[in-house]
Ligand binder design. Structure first.
Ligand code: SIN
Length: 485
């Protein structure tokens, strides 16, 4: 293990967590998890596949009736204890996260708190799973509904938020009475295994939470085809989401899909430009541009474009890029050299089609470091208009009318996050209603929190995470019709 990985060994787990036990792959094979900041090996992990996944699913099935039979208050207490222990271990969890993912330590600390907030929120919501008494269809009948857990849920999570994307799924699942089998991204499995360790420490019963790591194709195939699994929740790209949806078709699983985005950030002529720059900096450069709600297309009214770009360049050039463990760093490396190459290709395409690149801040030379850049003179034929950049590149487009801005914003198959800045209340309502997106930030660049429903429309997915709606994805509605009243 590399020197900078010398962390609390108790939280740095390298085996799968199945039925309350830490287990190696049946084959004895392992895979490496590296630090994107310097390529150092952090740890070798069990390379699990079909057999271990089947075992995890069967453990989750065996544990589910007893877990669902616990009172809501009992489940709430386990989740509250998990929240507490996560926050007690915030520093260690953040350090593991930065090592494997690259984001600055301060941002990783923020992610642990953000992730823990979902646990806290759903520990409270666990006690609020209500049914209904409905209008009676005839004098002799009465209809009621109850809501029951879906059953065993498979959770597949991405590398950009290795902690929070998992807690956002585990928490509502457990609150609802489901048990889970989780497959974290192979780039960042250590944060997920650390959560399993904490679940173990607070005494969550064996089989309720299971985590398998290793062969993505085999694990994914088993999770999507095994009939015991009743639900799949996935966060990741639209392409993989569609593939998993097809794989789930034969057993018709319930699906929650939190997929790609192409967020517009519209700055109207009456916007507070300083506030708008603050919003762009937060929503564009958070996690070095690697979030599915990151601003992808900045659209500025032509009358304020020059003033806005001047301010944006000052803010962008003040960013500090480096190893996430170093003090004062705003942006770490991208998750992999491949990710950096993809971002470079977006810039090359834009430049070939006439975009102007503005010099960004000094950036280390490592294979995964991507320089934060502003591109002006951006046009609709460029890839940055239609595809998710997932990196620290900020293309600036212009528009003349509100109608044009809305049309440009909606001209995409994606519909996750969108943002706009204006001081006109009437315009705010009209634009918010016209944007074909699941989430709209109005004079605000950070829209994710445990109280707000998170999710998209169009090809950005289905279902909602967080908020009181987040429980619905893990519950079935059953109607009870009483006759002979
Ligand atoms: C994501 O990128 O998938 C989630 C981002 C967030 O929770 O804000």
């Amino acid at each position: 293990m590399a020197d900078d990985a010398s962390t609390n060994p108790g939280l740095l787990r390298t085996q799968a967590y199945i039925n309350g036990n830490w287990v190696d792959a049946v084959s004895g094979e392992t895979f490496n998890v590296d630090n994107p900041a310097n390529g150092d090996l952090i740890a070798e992990l069990a390379y699990c596949g079909t057999d271990e996944t089947t075992a995890a699913i069967e453990a989750a099935e065996a544990a589910q009736p007893a877990w669902a039979a616990k009172t809501p208050k009992e489940r709430a207490k386990y989740l509250r204890d998990l929240f507490n222990i996560m926050m007690e271990n915030q520093q260690e969890l953040a350090r593991i996260l930065t090592l494997e993912q690259g984001k600055p330590l301060a941002e990783a600390m923020g992610e642990i708190a953000y992730g823990a907030n979902y646990i806290e929120w759903f520990s409270e919501e666990a006690k609020r799973i209500y049914g209904e008494v409905l209008t009676q269809p005839t004098g002799e009948k009465r209809v009621m509904t109850i809501r029951q857990p879906v059953g065993v849920a498979a959770l597949i999570t991405p590398w950009n938020f290795p902690n929070a994307m998992l807690t956002r799924k585990i928490a509502p699942a457990l609150a609802a009475g489901c048990t889970v089998v989780c497959k974290p991204a192979s780039e960042t499995p250590l944060s997920a295994l650390a959560i399993a360790e904490l679940c173990d420490r607070v005494g969550i019963p064996p089989g309720v939470v299971n985590i398998v790591v290793g062969n993505t194709r085999e694990i994914g195939a088993e999770l999507t085809s095994n009939p015991i699994v009743k639900k799949l929740s996935f966060t990741g790209s639209t392409g993989i989401g569609k593939m998993l949806t097809e794989q789930c078709a034969s057993t018709l699983k319930r699906l929650s899909m939190e997929l790609g985005g192409n967020a517009p950030f519209i700055i109207f002529e009456d916007a507070d430009l300083d506030l708008a720059v603050k919003g762009v900096m937060a929503s564009k450069f958070r996690n070095a541009g690697q979030t599915c709600v990151c601003t992808n297309r900045i659209m500025v009214h032509e009358s304020v474009k020059d003033a806005f770009v001047e301010k944006l360049l000052v803010a962008t050039n003040a960013l500090r890029v480096g190893n996430g463990l170093d003090d004062g760093v705003d942006l770490g490396p991208l998750v992999s050299a491949k990710a950096k190459k993809t971002v470079d290709e977006f810039v090359d395409d834009a430049v070939a089609k006439g975009a102007k690149v503005h010099e960004g801040p000094a950036t280390p030379n490592g294979a995964c470091y991507s320089k934060p850049l502003v591109l002006t003179e951006a046009t609709r034929d460029m890839r940055v208009f239609s595809e998710e950049i997932f990196g620290p590149v900020a293309p600036v487009f212009t528009f003349k009318t509100d109608e044009e801005a809305i049309q440009m914003a909606n001209d995409t198959e994606f519909g996750l996050a969108s943002y706009f800045y204006s001081k006109d209340v009437s315009r705010c309502w009209k634009v918010a209603e016209a944007l074909e997106y699941g989430m709209v930030g109005i004079n605000e660049g950070i829209i994710s929190n445990e109280m707000a429903p998170f999710g998209g429309v169009k090809e950005s997915g289905q279902g909602r995470e967080g908020s009181h709606h987040g429980l619905d994805d893990y519950l079935e509605i059953k109607s009870l019709t009483f006759g002979a009243i």
